[in-house]
Design a protein around this ligand. Structure first.
Ligand SMILES: NC(=O)c1ccc[n+]([C@@H]2O[C@H](COP(=O)([O-])OP(=O)(O)OC[C@H]3O[C@@H](n4cnc5c(N)ncnc54)[C@H](OP(=O)(O)O)[C@@H]3O)[C@@H](O)[C@H]2O)c1
Length: 282
C-alpha cells in the first residue's frame, strides 16, 4: 500500500492545547497540512496556530474554541471546518481526560458523567458530525486516541477505562460500517505518556506501584505513531508494542492479571489508606 502524502490535507485535531494533541498538531504542521485545532483553552490554540503557520512548510492552522462535552460545539467544529476548507481528510479524536480514584470516591457528575461526556460522547458526536462530509467525498480517515485502559481494566481507572472501552467498541463497529465509502478508522492505544494528563487526574497513590519508566512515552512518540497511521491506516496500533503481552495475558489468563493487580496494587493501596485514616483520626 502506498504512503499517503499529508501536504494540504485537512486535519482536525481535538485536544490540541496540550500534550499529545499539541504534538500531533505540530507534526501535521511540519507536513504542510491544514490543521484545525480544537480545545477549550483558546489562548494556547492561537499560539500554536501561529507557530504552525510560521513553520515554512506551507501549513495553515485555525484555532477553534471547543468544549467537546457539548453537542453544539461538536457540530460547530465540523461546520466551521467545512466552511473554511470545504472538506475533512483526517479527524483525530484525541481530547480526553481521566479522574483516577476508587469508584466510591468519584463525584457522580464532575468525575463520572464529565469523563464520559468528553472521552466517549465527544468522540461519538464529533465523528457523527464529520461522517456525512466524508461519505460525500468517498474518502476520509478517523483516528481515535484510545488507551491501554481501553483494552485492560485496572483499579482506580474504572470510569476512564469504561470510556475508552466505549471508544474501542464504537470504532471497531464503525470501521466495518464505513470502509465501503473509502473511509478508514484507526485506533491508537498508548500506555503511559508524560503529559499534563496526570496533573488533572487527581491521583492519590500511596504506594510506589506505577508504570516502569522505560515504558512511559513522550507526546512526540505518540504523535509520530499517529502520523504514521495517517500515512498508512491500520485498525489498531498499541505503543509501545511490549503492552501487547499484557493485552494477551489479560485475554488468556485473566485470573493471573486479577491476582497480580489485586496483590501488587489494590490491597497495599487500601491498607496504606486505612493506616493514614486511622492516624488522622487519633
Ligand atoms: N497521558 C497518558 O498517559 C495517556 C495514555 C493513553 C491515552 N491518553 C489519551 O490521550 C489523549 C490526550 O491526553 P494527554 O495525555 O495529551 O493529556 P493532556 O495534556 O491533559 O491533554 C488533554 C487535552 O484534551 C483537551 N480536553 C479536555 N477536556 C476537553 C473538553 N471538554 N473539550 C475539549 N477539549 C478537552 C484538553 O484541552 P482543554 O483543557 O484546553 O480543553 C487538552 O488539550 C486523551 O484522550 C487521553 O485519554 C493519554
Amino acid at each position: 500500500m502506498s504512503r499517503i502524502n499529508l501536504k494540504g490535507q485537512v486535519v482536525i485535531v481535538t485536544g490540541a492545547s496540550s500534550g499529545i494533541g499539541e504534538a500531533i498538531a505540530r507534526r501535521f504542521g511540519r507536513e504542510g497540512a491544514k490543521v484545525i485545532l480544537a480545545a477549550r483553552r483558546i489562548d494556547r490554540l492561537e499560539t500554536l496556530a501561529k507557530e504552525i503557520e510560521e513553520m515554512g512548510s506551507g501549513a495553515e492552522a485555525f484555532a477553534l474554541q471547543t468544549d467537546l462535552s457539548k453537542l453544539e460545539d461538536c457540530q460547530t467544529l465540523i461546520q466551521r471546518t467545512l466552511e473554511r476548507f470545504g472538506r475533512i481528510d483526517i479527524l483525530i479524536n484525541n481530547a480526553g481526560f481521566g479522574r483516577l480514584d476508587w469508584l466510591e470516591n468519584l463525584d457522580p457528575l464532575k468525575d463520572i458523567q464529565a469523563q464520559f461526556a468528553v472521552n466517549a460522547m465527544g468522540v461519538i458526536q464529533t465523528t457523527r458530525q464529520a461522517l456525512p462530509a466524508m461519505i460525500r467525498q468517498r474518502s476520509g480517515h478517523i483516528i481515535q486516541m484510545c488507551s491501554m485502559a481501553g483494552l485492560v481494566g485496572t483499579p482506580t481507572y474504572t470510569i476512564y477505562s469504561a470510556s475508552k472501552h466505549a471508544v474501542h467498541g464504537f470504532s471497531e463497529a464503525l470501521r466495518r460500517e464505513v470502509k465501503p465509502w473509502g473511509i478508514d478508522v484507526s485506533m491508537v492505544y498508548p500506555g503511559g505518556v508524560a503529559t499534563e494528563f496526570a496533573d488533572h487526574a487527581g491521583i492519590k497513590r500511596k504506594t510506589k506501584a506505577t508504570t516502569p519508566k522505560f515504558m512511559v512515552l513522550t507526546a512526540e512518540q505518540v504523535a509520530d505513531a499517529v502520523v504514521s497511521l495517517a500515512r498508512r491506516p491500520r485498525a489498531m496500533r498499541i505503543i509501545p508494542w511490549l503492552w501487547l503481552f499484557t493485552v494477551w495475558l489479560n485475554r488468556s489468563l485473566n485470573w493471573l492479571v486479577d491476582y497480580m493487580t489485586i496483590y501488587r496494587f489494590t490491597i497495599p493501596e487500601r491498607e496504606e489508606e486505612l493506616k493514614t485514616k486511622s492516624r488522622a483520626s487519633r
